[in-house]
Design a protein around this ligand. Structure first.
Ligand code: NAP
Length: 299
């Protein structure tokens, strides 16, 4: 089987490729990079992996012919641009390339919890747009709606290591949020890709949420850092009313607004807090403590 991962450089793409290359069915993998200098050595040394230069913003650079199945990730945009228009453009480009390649039986889209909503979710609306465009791109379509990535807490490492504290926008501090490890996203996406043409989908598109073994609070995050580091770590909560200001300090204005809205969507009063149209769920096995340990060992 030949699998294409587009783009291949996001951490979720890397985790999927790692699982695919270790699979006993020995699939071959093509990974699209806009910058070939970013291909990890662990992949280039594998004869079943091929890095291809291509950019999802440029339809002409995508050729999936020969591939049985494609994993698509909507790349996050941190520039001062219309992120919805960008999500539409890259999804249309991928859809056209999938339609052109007669060999492609299945498209798997890495999506997000909340992608069923067209409002109230901020940046997650990019995933909503991608789903709307790609829902009939191939004979078989799978949307993996991922929960909050445990690896997002890597953004806290800098202040933790230098000053022994971290900011948390997950409030109140005992509010539990579903989280998922990137490693579990990789193995789930790999399994969905390898089922192309063999495993009948329960529905088409097949849509499910991917959560970790349990939901975690900010206090759980603090305790995980404390356990791995063997010392006290201070938490500095950013309340809901302070989200706009918090994100405006790190992102350009349009991007900051979308991230603040996304963050608010899963706090009390937000659409994902109640989740009026819930999606069926699958669970990964990796615990937050294991992800925090890996993050700190690699820091
Ligand atoms: N973070 C969360 O909690 C969460 C939860 C649910 C779903 N999601 C979804 O997960 C996806 C993000 O995945 P991730 O965290 O794995 O991403 P990531 O690690 O932040 O990586 C983003 C990558 O996108 C690549 N990229 C950007 N523009 C590109 C383009 N035009 N063509 C090709 N590559 C491009 C960049 O590649 P370069 O190396 O070339 O710069 C970069 O490596 C998004 O769709 C997001 O909505 C995230």
């Amino acid at each position: 089987m030949q699998v294409t991962v587009v783009p291949a450089s996001p951490k979720t793409g890397q985790a999927t490729i790692r699982t695919l290359l270790a699979d006993p069915s020995n699939p071959t993998v093509k990974g699209y990079y806009r910058d070939l200098s970013k291909v990890p050595a662990e992949f280039t040394s594998n004869p079943r992996f091929e890095a291809v230069k291509g950019d999802v913003e440029d339809a002409g650079s995508l050729d999936f012919s020969g591939s049985d199945t494609v994993l698509n990730i909507t790349p996050p945009l941190y520039e001062e641009k219309d992120i919805i228009a960008h999500a539409r453009l890259v999804s249309e480009n991928v859809k056209a390339a999938v339609k052109k390649a007669a060999s492609v039986k299945r498209l798997v889209l890495l999506s997000s919890v909340g992608a069923q909503y067209d409002h109230g979710t901020g940046e997650i609306r990019t995933n909503h747009e991608a789903e709307a465009i790609l829902k009939d791109a191939a004979a078989e379509v799978v949307f993996v709606r991922c929960a909050y990535f445990m690896e997002n807490w890597a953004m806290s490492l800098d202040t933790i290591l230098r000053e022994g504290f971290f900011y948390t926008t997950l409030t109140p501090l005992d509010h539990a949020l579903p989280m998922i490890a990137v490693q579990d996203i990789g193995s789930t996406c790999a399994a969905e890709l390898l089922g192309a043409g063999n495993t009948a989908l329960p529905s088409n598109p097949h849509i499910f949420e991917l959560h970790g073994p349990r939901a975690y609070t900010s206090v759980d995050v603090q305790q995980a850092f404390e356990e791995v580091m063997g010392k006290s770590i201070e938490m500095r909560p950013i309340e809901k009313a302070g989200l706009d200001e918090f994100y405006a300090a790190v992102f350009p204005p349009m991007v900051a607004k979308e991230f603040a809205a996304m963050n608010a969507s899963y706090l009390e009063g937000g659409i994902l807090y109640e989740d009026p149209q819930p999606t069926v769920r699958e669970k990964g096995t990796t615990e937050l403590l294991d992800v925090v340990r890996q993050m700190l060992l690699g820091a």
